[in-house]
Design a protein around this ligand. Structure first.
Ligand code: 6R9
Length: 573
């Protein structure tokens, strides 16, 4: 069925052969790469930042190129170390330390990263939030975590309902609000100016918690996924083999730190590998994005399907205005990567876009298209050496190739979540089949061991007895020149069980007509299968998406059925 293959690009692979790596790789060997392996003193922030300065002579190397329309800065590893030390001292001065939850609620900026690292250096647990969260979302998360402090800006302060949060003692303000600081509010800059640039890092155990990330369930309240310092083993090694990071690389991960990708691969993977990282603040604009790549000479670029689709629909003329030949390696995560996007990437960047699959709960990449491997467009690739992923049935039996089932991972692996905050029952649900972590995604594996995503388990459509994964239909839809984005759901139908309904956003310049509708339905019929073609298509200006860019099919479904939409705190405005 899937015969398209894109061979390895010359000069790219750093992982000699996938099979050989699988046969010989051991996580224990990776542990030797860290200082704690000899000292016994563990802190991920030390390994990511301080060690580069104190043990590797990289103090003057740029760690972070920050840019937004109003501010451009180059910050060295030494400055990252000193600024995060300062914030660690600020926290200590206010009695904040090991195990306590400190949240961050602000737009991307150097201050955000320094605060984040400072929190980890005192052994506290960082809780990054998307700046776009509204009051209810902020309240739920801070209350659940019993956060003692938060770092924020004057503009966002009003969304923190302190009166409802008895545990919240300190609000660190990056910037002074009009009318001055309120009760419990501290001037971040003044505190930093007074603090020493040296600190005693809080050493701990590999299993000590460091990160609490809330992820939305399909209904009910978001759950707090807890990660520990030990994850560094995976962040480092996947950074090396999947991101293909090399010492002189300039790396750009476009993800916000409110999303797991913006932490695991926006902070840990690049810094544990000692490379230079680019962070861009401000809104998405295609020309600014290309300019960022050109100006900073980005070699490795990690983004998401939604961004690639937006760039694609902005047109190829914009790409041609920039010299993007610096790009060596491009990656994508968050949603299935449509084959059409990969073809487009080949055309405009002359590079392959490497899809990879993982989740907030897995903490790090699990399945991936490697630089050293042929890409089969539409496939997520193969499991990381040292990780066993499989398709299993509901009893835990591994299914043979080409059978759709639960995408599962043999537990544990280094960056696996260790808890759902205050919700053991929820945590245990993921592991209800002995020995396995159940992802909630449905997929199949082909004869060559490549994994193919179908949808969330709940999203798989059963139409006239045929199981259809929404992703394949969506991918075919976006191949049509009129379709910018598509979200596909099953709609209950007395005759067929379910019928396929597509929500689409049109590309600029297209008008919605009966003819176009017929043409698109026909396009899917011919290109995919008659039974997989949507019977209904509805056009929307925009599709509902999470802040990390995922199309929210459950919201489309709820709208369609007139049902409650569940938790919408992670939805884009
Ligand atoms: C890193 C991240 C996890 C869910 C996951 C799946 C979807 C992520 C994907 C993908 C198809 C890929 N997902 N990567 N689906 N292909 N390459 O996205 O974490 O925000 O927790 O989302 O995202 O459904 O279960 P998170």
């Amino acid at each position: 069925m899937h015969t398209e293959r894109i061979p390895v690009f010359p000069g790219n692979p750093n992982l000699k052969s996938y099979e050989e790596a699988r046969a010989t790789f051991r996580w224990e060997d990776v542990e030797r790469e860290f200082s704690w392996h000899t000292t016994g003193k563990v802190n991920i922030a030390y390994e990511a930042i301080d060690r580069n300065v104190l043990e590797k002579g990289l103090g003057d190397k740029v760690a972070l190129y920050y840019s937004d329309p109003a501010r451009q800065e180059a910050i060295t590893y030494r400055q990252m170390m000193e600024q995060s030390n300062r914030f660690a001292n600020v926290l200590r001065k206010h009695g904040i330390g090991k195990g306590e939850r400190v949240f961050i609620f602000m737009p991307r900026s150097p201050e955000l990263y320094w605060s984040f690292l400072g929190i980890i250096k005192v052994g506290a647990i960082a809780g990054p939030l998307f700046e776009a969260f509204m009051e209810g979302a902020v309240r739920d998360r801070l209350a659940d975590a019993e956060a003692v402090a938060i770092v924020t800006t004057p503009a966002l302060r009003k969304r923190i309902p302190k009166e409802d949060l008895p545990h919240l003692k300190h609000i660190f303000m990056v910037g002074i609000p009009e009318g001055g600081l309120g009760e419990g509010e501290l001037d971040w800059h003044a505190e930093m100016a007074e603090a020493s640039p040296e600190t005693d890092i809080e050493w701990g155990d590999r299993e000590d918690p460091m990160l609490l990330l809330y992820t939305s369930g399909s209904t009910g309240k978001p759950k707090g996924v807890l990660h520990v310092h030990n994850g560094m083993i995976q962040h480092y090694q996947t950074g090396k083999w999947i991101l293909d990071l090399r010492p002189d690389d300039i790396y750009w991960c476009t993800a916000d730190p409110g999303w797991v990708t913006g932490i695991s691969y926006g902070v840990w993977a690049p810094y544990l590998n000692g490379v230079t990282s680019v962070v861009r603040g401000g809104r998405f604009r295609p020309d600014d994005w290309y300019k960022t790549i050109q100006d900073y000479q980005v070699n490795v670029w990690y983004s998401a399907p939604t961004a690639f689709r937006m760039l694609m629909s902005a047109g190829d003329d914009i790409v041609k205005q920039f010299d993007l030949s610096c790009l060596r390696h491009i990656l994508s995560v968050g949603e299935p990567l449509n084959p059409e996007v990969i073809r487009w990437g080949l055309k405009v960047f002359n590079r392959r876009i490497h899809d990879n699959w993982w989740m907030t709960e897995t903490g790090g990449q699990i399945i991936s298209n490697y630089p050293c491997m042929d890409i089969k467009p539409g496939s997520m690739g193969k499991p990381f050496p040292g990780i066993h992923a499989a398709i299993i049935d509901d009893k835990g039996n591994e299914l043979p190739p080409l059978q759709m089932g639960n995408l599962a991972v043999k537990a544990p692996w280094p960056s696996m979540m260790r808890k759902i905050w205050k919700n053991e029952a929820k945590y245990n649900e993921y592991f209800k089949i002995e020995g396995w972590y159940i992802s909630g995604d449905s997929a199949y594996m082909d004869e060559e061991g490549y994994f193919w995503f179908q949808g969330r388990i709940d999203d798989v459509i059963n139409t006239s007895g045929e199981r259809v994964g929404p992703f394949e239909v969506e991918s075919k839809l976006v191949e049509h020149p009129a379709v910018a984005e598509a979200g596909v759901i099953g709609k209950p139908d007395p005759l067929r069980g379910e019928i396929i309904k597509a929500f689409i956003a049109l590309r600029e310049g297209y008008l919605w007509t009966e003819e176009l509708k017929k043409e698109i339905i026909d396009f899917v019929k011919k290109g995919l299968a008659a039974h997989a073609a949507p019977r209904e298509i509805e056009v929307r200006d925009k599709l509902p998406k999470t802040r990390s860019g995922k199309i929210m099919r459950r919201v489309l479904k709820a709208w369609e059925l007139g049902l409650p939409t569940g938790d919408l705190s992670t939805m884009e405005d």
